[in-house]
Ligand binder design. Structure first.
Ligand SMILES: C[S@@+](CC[C@H](N)C(=O)[O-])C[C@H]1O[C@@H](n2cnc3c(N)ncnc32)[C@H](O)[C@@H]1O
Length: 271
């Protein structure tokens, strides 16, 4: 039998999710919650949403809480999505760090890896002497499910259908036999990227050196303004002076307090 999600239970999940990941679910998202959590309830044989809530919020519920966050996150992404940032990286950022040949980039909501791998491909393309560079790309997300996919670096043909053919040829290995129809990011590209789970809501991040560029695209849209403002403060701390912040095209810092300098739509700099 299917359990019904009462308004009271919805409020419990809403508060828990906001506390954990900063995402505010509004009333229309009740249906989404039912469709994503209902299956999980049935798998666990739980009679009600309240009992599932008790399970994720109680002692020892961390693992199930991770699963819940996996289920509710929206992970839409693409290779070479919003290309202006990759052009900016090549045309503006690389000439500025050419002298030191060192570059640290953080893809802070990396989803299944398309964004950080696109960064790595852009750098490979632009730097014929890349082996002499010290490049580190940190890619993180809250969802362990997408991170596992990202770390494997294997994509269905349909996922790369928009990627230019010569890019596919240069940066992917085509699967054969059992792997036919799949494409794996080449090891020399993949080795530039390190994946780990980081929650953007955490007070501090496990990052020691100051970063040249932070990508934070298409995730802030799910956060309310106070949460966005706190995140901007933290990003500011982790960037080096002169470092850049890239946000998504449907996002803006216009309505929040921050110390970044606006350069052009979706691109900000720490003075
Ligand atoms: C729509 S995807 C964006 C992917 C990529 N940045 C892009 O623009 O194509 C948003 C990602 O943010 C992640 N996310 C949501 N809340 C988060 C949080 N509090 N900390 C870290 N990642 C989070 C989701 O799991 C999801 O993979």
């Amino acid at each position: 039998m299917n359990a019904t999600l009462t308004d009271q239970e919805f409020e419990l999940f809403k508060d828990l999710i906001y506390q954990q990941v900063g995402i505010r679910l509004d009333a229309p998202k009740k249906t989404l919650l039912v469709s994503r959590l209902g299956k999980r309830l049935r798998e666990l044989g739980l009679p009600s949403y309240q009992s599932y809530f008790d399970c994720v919020s109680g002692k020892g519920g961390e693992e199930e809480l991770t699963k819940l966050l996996d289920l509710i996150s929206t992970n839409k992404t693409d290779f070479f999505r919003e290309p202006v940032h990759f052009d900016f990286l090549r045309e503006v950022v690389l000439p500025q760090v050419e002298a030191t040949k060192a570059l640290k980039i953080w893809s802070s909501a990396s989803s299944s890896g398309e964004e950080p791998y696109t960064i790595a491909m852009t750098l490979h393309d632009a730097l014929p002497d890349i082996s002499r560079w010290d490049i580190k790309i940190l890619a993180s997300d809250i969802s362990t499910r997408v991170l596992a996919k990202a770390a494997a670096g294997i994509y269905e043909e349909e996922r790369i259908s928009q990627v230019p053919k010569d890019v596919v040829r240069r940066f992917f290995l085509k699967g054969r036999g059992m792997q036919a129809g799949k494409f794996k990011v080449r090891p020399d590209v993949a080795q530039l990227v390190n994946f780990r789970r980081i929650n953007l809501m955490d007070a501090s991040f496990p990052i020691r050196s100051s970063l040249d560029v932070i990508f934070c695209r298409n995730v802030m849209i799910y956060f309310d303004r106070p949460t966005q403002a706190k995140l901007m403060e933290k990003f500011y701390r982790y960037l080096r002076p002169g470092g850049y912040l890239f946000i998504g095209h449907s996002e803006s810092l216009q309505w929040i307090d921050h110390s970044f300098q606006y350069l052009q739509p979706t691109i900000y700099q720490k003075p």
